[in-house]
Design a protein around this ligand. Structure first.
Ligand code: SAM
Ligand code: SF4
Length: 373
């Protein structure tokens, strides 16, 4: 990885940037990376209470006026795309579907950016009713979080009895043309980890791409432990009882998920050599953010629901873009603050070095829902 470049003073008063004047264009950082993939949180609110994300009682929601309006979102995305080289947008939250103006936001983004891939991560509650409108407004694709197909387990994990709504939402998204539909699953030890092959079988049968995400220390309850999380190696082991996974030959291209072609495992032959002769049934992704981090090739820039720039899920520094916008800043000033914020993106999150007792790891104050995962 390249060495950090020398830092210079900011051109904007009051902004702690050390971005040199000759830094590369776009959202570059000191380590030679350039962010082109924007994750924008539409709200911090949510109608589920997933144990690995939110506390049972919820969080104190942001005041309405603190959250970016539709017009502010559209302006910020325009600056990202037209001035800073953003090539892909993912809408997230909190739960994006709880925003009443979601369809209008997507339509306005699409009108400005006819060719921009715009995807959305959702928990799927209420999606069945809105999938067609989202597609018509210009949404390109969807990711739905689905941790279990068993009602009891789903309710235990999300603290809400909405499994059927989510399943209906996934199918409606597919029917509306929001494919390829990707499913996100977080495995929790002793709760849904043993169900992982079944989840995969279900996704493969329907042509959905399932991705397992390692649980990260981003839960508001601070219950995450290195010892208890299910690692990517364990996930591969769990799936390998039924399936043979072969690394996908396509370039990863900055994608967080490592993808595998999936074949059904054929019983071991008498000579002890296993065969995997069946056809490829589909692919599965594993996002090993903790144990096999991909920070060196990270291309993400994040905007929270209240318009703060976060260069990394784990960065402890936030930069207020919305405040600057509301103070009347022009596009060039907004772009500069964004560049300043990204310049000091940390080299890596450091979670992979977290020891079992983790004396030196400080979990970020924000939960995943409050950042925008
Ligand atoms: N509410 C939407 C949803 O659940 O899909 C979008 C926001 S949610 C924060 C985005 C993704 O982050 C979900 O797929 C969720 O499973 C994942 N996530 C939340 N907390 C996590 C954690 N502690 N570790 C890993 N993934 C997490
Ligand atoms: Fe809500 Fe998504 Fe967090 Fe679950 S993971 S509590 S659905 S924001």
């Amino acid at each position: 990885m390249p060495q950090p470049r020398e830092e210079a003073a900011s051109a904007l008063p009051g902004i702690p940037s050390r971005r040199p004047a000759d830094a590369p264009a776009g959202l570059a950082d000191r380590y030679g990376r350039r962010a082109t993939d924007m994750r924008l949180s539409l709200t911090d609110k949510c109608n589920l209470r997933c144990t690995y994300c939110m506390p049972a009682e919820g969080l104190e929601w942001l005041a309405k006026q603190a959250v970016m309006s539709a017009g502010e979102i559209v302006r910020i995305v325009k600056v990202g795309v037209e001035q800073l080289g953003v090539r892909e947008l993912r809408l997230t939250g909190g739960e994006p579907l709880v925003r009443h103006d979601l369809v209008d936001i997507i339509a306005a983004l699409r009108a400005n950016h006819p060719d921009l891939p715009i995807s959305m991560t959702t928990n799927g509650v209420g999606l069945a009713k809105k999938a067609a409108a989202l597609k018509d407004a210009g949404l390109t694709r969807i990711n739905v979080s689905l941790d279990s197909l068993h009602e009891e387990t789903f309710t235990k994990l999300t603290r809400r009895p909405f499994l059927n709504q989510v399943l209906a939402g996934v199918d409606a998204a597919w029917a509306a043309g929001l494919g390829p539909v990707k499913l996100n699953a977080v495995l929790m030890r002793g709760i849904n980890d043993a169900e992982s092959p079944q989840l995969l079988a279900w996704a493969l049968e329907r042509g959905y791409e399932l991705r397992f995400i390692e649980q990260m220390p981003l839960d508001a309850d601070h219950g995450w432990t290195r010892r208890n999380m299910i690692t990517a190696a364990e996930i591969r082991g769990l799936l390998s009882r039924d399936y043979v996974l072969t690394p996908d030959s396509r370039a990863r291209d900055g994608a967080p998920a490592e993808r595998f072609d999936v074949r059904r495992r054929v019983a071991a032959r008498a000579d002890g050599v296993e065969t995997a002769d069946g056809p490829v049934l589909g692919t599965v992704g594993i996002i090993a953010s903790v144990t096999e981090p991909f920070c060196a090739d990270c291309r993400r820039t994040r905007i929270t629901a209240e318009g703060k720039i976060m260069s990394c899920l784990f960065s402890r520094e936030e930069f207020d873009l919305l405040g600057l916008l509301r103070a009347g800043a022009g596009d060039a000033e907004l772009a500069q603050r964004w560049q300043d914020a990204m310049w000091i993106k940390p080299k890596a999150h450091g979670m992979d070095h977290v020891g079992l007792d983790a004396p030196d790891f400080v979990q970020p104050d924000r939960s995943m829902s409050a950042i925008g995962g």
